[in-house]
Design a protein around this ligand. Structure first.
Ligand SMILES: Nc1nc2c(c(=O)[nH]1)N[C@H]1C(S)=C(S)[C@@H](COP(=O)(O)O)O[C@H]1N2
Ligand SMILES: [Mo]
Length: 408
């Protein structure tokens, strides 16, 4: 911090102390050397919350649930990205995307069948699945409809790109289970089916199945939540979220893809010339500034710009940030560790001069790919497609410090 920024910071802190004192006796007591009420008697009993929850003062940090959400059909909730720090999403705030509601599956009754082009068809219990050698990895999961091409009208970072979350996943390599069944020479695809009312079904190329694909039963150390596919899901690092089939009950090894609803009428991208891209698996590099971001308010002087970047192709190499509407870009610092196919936190110190401006970030991944502007992306893809919008998200900052969607 420069001397000037430091002095401004201290002046503002002094003003904040004044504000606290003015807000009543309790805040006055809480300001040292005062003694607040919560120091005058023992607190709640240890173990009074067998499963811990956040402070009641954080009750507003919740999933972003659209108004008028139609249940049991095709619905989603979003992660409140602007309210979180670091790179891991708490399990209770992981985004949800369901095509037929959330089944209530008894793991004792659940079975995984592996059949088709295999030497030894298998029917596994959850106990069987957990006997295989396990692995844990931190990966992001993103819906390819995040945000969609016409839905860039939202207000917050969560409204715009909240269909992404990141967690540590534990399970068994899909390759290990497939080898147990024994792949026949013609095995080129694995068609995965979920045990929900939508029977979500997607085809996975065999190369991915034998590479980093996982069968996951735990998330951030505890068993998967029902919303995330309890008791078992497929997890395909870097691929569009739709393919990570939840509530997994069947793997049909085949020579051809299933050409299911989710890979014909949905999850394809209509191009300007009327043809459609199909099997667009990889989530391309993307980033968003989460603070300051839409509906937040900043004051002149020092403001840290921070956000998240990710790429389905591996690691993030760098993130550039503009604070002058794209005239110039500066290199942000990346928080270590920068992990393969995980969220990466970036930061840039910034002194805001109080003038109206636009800020934005753009990610560059280890392949050299640069996150495109919305104009550059739509020049190639047109506006007919819905999935795989990874364009730069600009935030407009008004002279009063109010931050708003730069697209609107
Ligand atoms: N069985 C099943 N698997 C599913 C879905 C579904 O509706 N049913 N939704 C898919 C979609 S579109 C996405 S983006 C991810 C979302 O995973 P999450 O809810 O754990 O975030 O799950 C995928 N797997
Ligand atoms: Mo999705």
């Amino acid at each position: 911090m420069t001397m000037h920024a430091r002095r401004r910071f201290l002046v503002r802190s002094a003003a904040a102390v004044g504000a606290v004192a003015a807000s009543g006796a309790r805040a006055e007591q809480a300001t040292p050397p005062g003694i607040p009420d919560w120091m005058k008697a023992p607190g709640a009993d240890t173990g009074s919350q067998p499963y811990g929850t956040p402070s009641r003062f954080e009750a507003g940090i919740i999933r972003n649930i659209p108004k008028g959400l139609k249940q049991y059909t095709s619905a989603s909730t979003r992660t409140p990205l602007q309210d979180l720090d670091g790179i891991l999403t708490p399990n209770g705030l992981f985004y949800e995307r369901h095509h037929g509601g959330i089944p209530d599956i008894d793991p004792a009754q659940h079975r995984l069948m592996i059949h088709g082009l295999v030497e030894r068809p298998l029917v596994l219990t959850m106990e069987d699945v957990r006997r295989f050698p396990s692995e844990s990895h931190i990966y992001f999961l993103e819906c390819s409809g995040n945000p969609g091409f016409e839905a860039i009208k939202g207000k917050t970072a969560s409204d715009l790109v909240g269909l992404i979350s990141c967690a540590e996943w534990t399970g068994v390599r899909l390759a290990t289970v497939l080898r147990e069944a024994g792949l026949k020479p013609d095995a080129k695809w694995v068609v995965a089916e979920g045990a929900d009312a939508a029977a979500m079904t997607r085809s996975i190329p065999i190369a991915k199945c034998l590479d980093d694909a996982l069968l996951v039963y735990s998330q951030n150390g505890e068993r998967l939540r029902p919303q995330q596919g309890y008791p078992l899901r497929v997890f395909l690092p870097g691929f569009e979220g739709n393919m990570s089939v939840k509530w997994l009950r069947r793997l049909n090894v085949a020579a051809e893809p299933g050409y299911t609803r989710e890979e014909t009428s949905k999850y394809t991208d209509l191009m300007p010339d009327g043809t459609a891209r199909q099997f667009t698996f990889v989530m391309e590099a993307k980033s968003i500034i989460t603070r300051p971001s839409g509906t937040q308010r900043i004051t002149p002087g020092f403001n840290e710009i921070t956000g998240l970047a990710w790429t389905g192709r591996g690691r993030i190499r760098g993130v550039q940030v503009t604070t002058d509407g794209g005239k110039s870009w500066r290199e942000a610092a990346l928080q270590e560790p920068v992990l393969n196919r995980a969220l990466t936190r970036f930061r840039l110190p910034w002194t805001w001069d109080g003038q109206q401006t636009t800020i934005a970030s753009r990610a560059i991944d280890e392949t050299g790919y640069v996150q495109p502007s919305f104009e550059d992306l739509t020049a190639v893809r047109g506006l007919k497609s819905f999935y795989h919008n990874n364009a730069v998200v600009p935030w407009r900052i008004a002279a009063d410090g109010e931050v708003a969607n730069g697209y609107a």
